[in-house]
Design a protein around this ligand. Structure first.
Ligand code: HEM
Ligand SMILES: *[C@@H]1O[C@H](CO)[C@@H](O)[C@H](O)[C@H]1NC(C)=O
Ligand SMILES: *[C@@H]1O[C@H](CO)[C@@H](O)[C@H](O)[C@H]1NC(C)=O
Ligand SMILES: *[C@@H]1O[C@H](CO)[C@@H](O)[C@H](O)[C@H]1NC(C)=O
Ligand SMILES: *[C@@H]1O[C@H](CO)[C@@H](O)[C@H](O)[C@H]1NC(C)=O
Length: 379
């Protein structure tokens, strides 16, 4: 909220004094939550794109070497953006995504399918969910992390919110290896938390991360947030992404030539800390998604909810949040509340691109049989 009013003020002043040459709003900066007045100033400065139809599923969907000669590891340099997702960080470090960490939804879908064999519908749903809340819907660009700053200003303007680091729309609390937003850094690798990841793998997985470890660590991280984070929030969509992401190390970071559903700690460190494919890494042997999520969620059932009244140890379930028994409510609330709240009254190209991106998003769950919503009408 604070950063948004700073943006509003900055945008307003720039509009009044017309400092355009010095004013560089990044093309990937999110427009979510900005006032109509700010949008009117910003949108003419953006490169308008008509979002293309996303790529289809992989033609060849088996395992193959993905850490190949064409995709060597190259560490991020000054100015490259990395964020809370070890999967996307790895893809950017190996050239499956642009090395600067700014990509189109189509590039992300292509990359997660090609580089990890993420199942097509899952790739669509997750990517467009992220793009709708954290991306720039006019330019069709999304940054895989980092809050961005208004550059070229003297004195520098305060950072604006953008990219996958943005808290509470996609990024959320109780991550395995990233701290809660409340503690300051919600996106960088946290060694203390990773030590716990290793400890749990030793205690519950015989030195490997498997679905049993995933279940115990997921519950542990929730308990820690309840006990330490007065602003802990664990409602949809975070409720779902937390459980889904707990399965990802098993489903995507295990070499596709192995039939054992367990991840060794060397590979875990390589992916999660370094964003790096292990040597000779082969992607999953079949299109993969959230396999194992039932094991993780049923081991220690937790209802979606939050610490009420800014108090620790005050976790109160929220019956209005979607949970595993009300999947379509996840879709409905996301479209009606989350997107509707961020973009109450879009017009012009912004409205057109919202409509298109909402359709692509829905195409990722069309099989679930949820009623499709058109809050901005149809084209
Ligand atoms: C399809 C596009 C994807 C998007 C937009 C995306 C985005 C994100 C975001 C925003 C987070 C942070 C959530 C949080 O913990 O607060 C995250 C976490 C995570 N992502 Fe991704 N992701 C994508 C695909 C993948 C893939 C393909 C993998 C695995 C290869 C992956 C693995 C993970 C893991 C393991 C975490 C949890 C990290 C932790 O809890 O410490 N993601 N992702
Ligand atoms: C993988 O590709 C094969 C061959 O084209 C196809 O029959 C199968 O349905 C695909 N699997 C998935 C899960 O898409
Ligand atoms: C790492 O996470 C722990 C537990 O949430 C937190 O106390 C600590 O401050 C974090 N460290 C850094 C450097 O953010
Ligand atoms: C995880 O590993 C432990 C230790 O070997 C084992 O007891 C447990 O059954 C495994 N869990 C799964 C889901 O394979
Ligand atoms: C979504 O919101 C619209 C407009 O506020 C409303 O008419 C519609 O009934 C809502 N849809 C659902 C499924 O809640």
């Amino acid at each position: 909220m604070i950063s948004q009013s700073f943006v509003s003020l900055t945008v307003l002043l720039l509009g009044l004094v017309n400092l355009s040459p010095a004013f560089a709003f990044p093309q990937y900066g999110s427009l979510a939550g900005l006032s109509a007045r700010d949008l009117n100033v910003l949108i003419p400065r953006l490169n308008e794109v008509d979002p293309p139809t996303p790529p289809g599923p992989l033609a060849y969907n088996g395992t193959k070497l993905v850490h190949d000669d064409a995709h060597p590891f190259k560490a991020p340099e000054q100015g490259d953006i990395r964020g809370p997702c070890p999967g996307l960080n790895t893809l950017a470090n190996h050239g499956y995504l642009p090395h600067n960490g700014v990509a189109t939804p189509s590039q992300i879908i292509e990359a997660v399918q090609e580089g990890f064999n993420m199942e097509h519908a899952t790739a669509l749903f997750v990517t467009y969910a992220a793009h709708l809340v954290d991306g720039n819907l006019v330019t069709d660009l999304l940054s895989i992390g980092e809050k961005t700053g208004l550059t070229g200003l003297d004195p520098p303007a305060p950072a604006i919110v953008g990219g996958l680091n943005t808290h509470a729309v996609f990024e959320g609390d109780a991550s395995m290896t990233r701290a809660d937003f409340f503690f300051g850094d919600n996106h960088n690798f946290n060694q203390t938390l990773f030590d716990q990841f290793v400890d749990f793998s030793n205690r519950f997985g015989g030195g490997f991360y498997n679905y049993t470890v995933a279940a115990e660590l997921r519950f542990q991280r929730i308990q820690e947030s309840i006990a330490t984070n007065p602003q802990f929030s664990f409602i949809s969509p975070r409720f779902f992404t937390a459980y889904a992401e707990s399965t990802f190390p098993v489903n995507f970071f295990v070499d596709g030539r192995s039939t054992e559903k367990k991840l060794d700690m060397e590979a875990a460190t390589s992916f999660i800390r370094d964003g790096k494919y292990p040597q000779d890494f082969h992607r999953a042997a079949q299109p993969s998604s959230t396999e194992g999520i039932d094991i993780v969620a049923s081991a220690h059932p937790v209802a979606p909810g939050e610490n009420r009244d800014g108090k620790i140890n005050n976790y109160v379930p929220d019956p209005t949040s979607a949970d595993f028994s009300t999947f379509c409510l996840l879709y409905t609330n996301f479209v009606n509340q989350t997107i509707g709240g961020l973009y109450p009254n879009p017009t012009g190209v912004l409205r057109r691109n919202l409509i298109k991106n909402l359709r692509f998003f829905y195409s990722g769950i069309a099989d679930a049989g949820c009623e499709e919503l058109f809050p901005y009408g149809q084209l």
